[in-house]
Design a protein around this ligand. Structure first.
Ligand SMILES: Cc1ncc(COP(=O)(O)O)c(C=O)c1O
Length: 362
C-alpha cells in the first residue's frame, strides 16, 4: 500500500443524499421529490440556460482562467475592485483554497457546530485543528468563539445565515465581534444564502471590507441562482488576501459554461425576485403547517428549514424515501429528531405535508 498523509486518516468522504433516479429504482417509484440539498426548486434563469448552450459552441477551448467578464460584472455591481474577487468551482472550492493558503500543521481554526461541514474538513486536511463550539439557541456563539482565540488561531468560519439551522447573527453582535478579532486572524463570513435574507437585522458585510482587511465574504450561484450543477461561487476580500489564495487555485477551475451562466443569472433580476417571493410564501405555508401539526421548527432566513418531527431522524428519513421524498436527516447534524427540509414549490410542500400527516398518524 502507498503510505498516505496522516491527515487523510481523519477525513471521511461526504455522504450525499441518494440521487433521485436511485431512489426511484430502489423503491419502484415513478416520482421522487428531493428536498435534501437546498437546491432551487424553480430551476434557474432561462437566460442562463441559453448562455450555457451558446457557450458549448467552443468546448475545445480552455475557459478564461481569470473569469474576466464575470469579474468585471460583479465588481461593477458591487462597487469593488476586480482584484478583490476570486472564483471557484462552488464556494466549496474557495473554502478549500482558504484553508490551503492559511492552515499549517497544528494551526487552529474556530467555528460553531452544527454548521457547514467543509470548514472542518478542509482545515483537518491541512493538518490543522478545528475548534468547534456548540450553537446557542441554534445560532453562532460569538462570545464563545472570542474566548477560544489563541496564538495558533488562523481562521474563524461563520456561516451567516447558518446551514443547517437557518439562523442569522444580529447585526450589532456581528459588528462588535469583527471589531474584537485580532487582525492577524482571517474572518470568513459564508453568505451562501445571502439572497434569501430580508431581515433588517442582517449585517451587510460588503462595506466592512473597506475597514477590515482580515475579512472575507463568500457567495455562491448554487442557491438563489439555481446553478448548483455548474459549480460556481466566489470570495470577496482585500486584494492582498485574494492574491495569496489565487496562487493556490488551479488555472482553469471554473468552466466557461459556469462563467456564462453566472453572468446571465446576475443580470436576470426577475428570476431572483420570483424565487425570493415564492420562497417566502412557501416558508409561511410551512410555518402554518408545522403549527397545525404541533411540530416545532427553527425560524429560517434561508430556502430550508429544520423541523423537529420528534422521531429518530434516520427512521423517518427512510419512511419518507419509500414515499418518494429525499430529505437530510438531523442525525448528520447531531439534531436527531429533526429533518432539514429544503423549501420546495408550494405543490411539492403540499404533497410533503400530506405524507407527513400520514406517517405521523401511526
Ligand atoms: C453554508 C454553505 N456554504 C457553502 C456551500 C457550498 O456551496 P457551493 O459549493 O455549491 O457554492 C453550501 C452548500 O450547501 C452551504 O450551505
Amino acid at each position: 500500500m502507498i503510505r498516505y498523509r496522516q491527515e487523510v486518516e481523519l477525513l471521511r468522504a461526504y455522504v450525499p443524499g441518494k440521487p433521485i433516479d436511485d431512489v426511484k429504482k430502489e423503491y419502484n417509484l415513478k416520482k421522487v421529490i428531493k428536498l435534501a440539498s437546498n437546491e432551487n426548486p424553480y430551476g434557474c434563469s432561462e437566460k442562463a440556460k441559453k448562455a450555457v448552450i451558446k457557450s458549448l459552441e467552443n468546448p475545445s477551448l480552455y475557459p478564461d482562467g481569470n473569469c474576466t467578464e464575470l469579474r468585471n460584472c460583479i465588481s461593477n455591481k458591487m462597487s469593488i475592485s476586480p482584484d478583490q474577487l476570486i472564483f471557484g468551482a462552488g464556494s466549496d472550492e474557495i473554502i478549500s483554497l482558504i484553508s490551503q493558503t492559511y492552515i499549517d500543521k497544528h494551526d487552529e481554526a474556530i467555528t460553531c457546530t452544527p454548521s457547514f461541514p467543509q470548514y472542518k474538513a478542509t482545515v483537518t486536511a491541512m493538518g490543522g485543528n478545528m475548534i468547534e463550539l456548540p450553537l446557542v439557541n441554534h445560532a453562532y456563539d460569538l462570545k464563545g468563539i472570542l474566548s477560544k482565540i489563541t496564538s495558533k488561531t488562523k481562521i474563524i468560519f461563520i456561516s451567516n445565515p447558518n446551514n443547517p439551522t437557518g439562523t442569522i447573527i444580529p447585526e450589532k453582535e456581528l459588528l462588535e465581534f469583527i471589531k474584537q478579532v485580532p487582525n492577524n486572524i482571517l474572518i470568513v463570513i459564508d453568505e451562501a444564502y445571502y439572497e434569501y435574507v430580508s431581515d433588517k437585522d442582517y449585517l451587510q458585510s460588503l462595506p466592512l471590507l473597506k475597514k477590515y482587511d482580515n475579512l472575507m465574504i463568500l457567495r455562491t450561484f448554487s442557491k438563489m441562482y439555481g446553478l448548483a450543477s455548474m459549480r460556481i461561487g466566489y470570495g470577496i476580500a482585500n486584494s492582498n488576501i485574494i492574491e495569496l489564495i489565487n496562487r493556490v487555485r488551479g488555472p482553469f477551475n471554473v468552466t466557461t459554461q459556469a462563467q456564462m451562466a453566472a453572468i446571465a443569472s446576475i443580470n436576470d433580476e426577475e428570476f431572483v425576485k420570483m424565487a425570493f417571493e415564492n420562497n417566502n410564501k412557501v416558508k409561511e405555508y410551512t410555518y402554518t403547517k408545522c403549527e397545525e401539526l404541533g411540530l416545532s421548527y427553527i425560524k429560517t432566513h434561508c430556502n430550508f428549514i429544520m423541523i423537529d418531527f420528534r422521531k429518530p431522524s434516520m427512521d423517518l428519513f427512510i419512511e419518507l424515501q419509500k414515499k418518494g421524498f429525499i430529505l437530510r436527516p438531523g442525525f448528520y447534524f447531531g439534531m436527531d429528531t429533526y429533518q432539514r427540509v429544503t423549501l420546495g414549490t408550494i405543490n411539492q410542500m403540499k404533497e410533503f405535508f400530506q405524507v407527513i400527516e400520514e406517517l405521523l398518524a401511526y
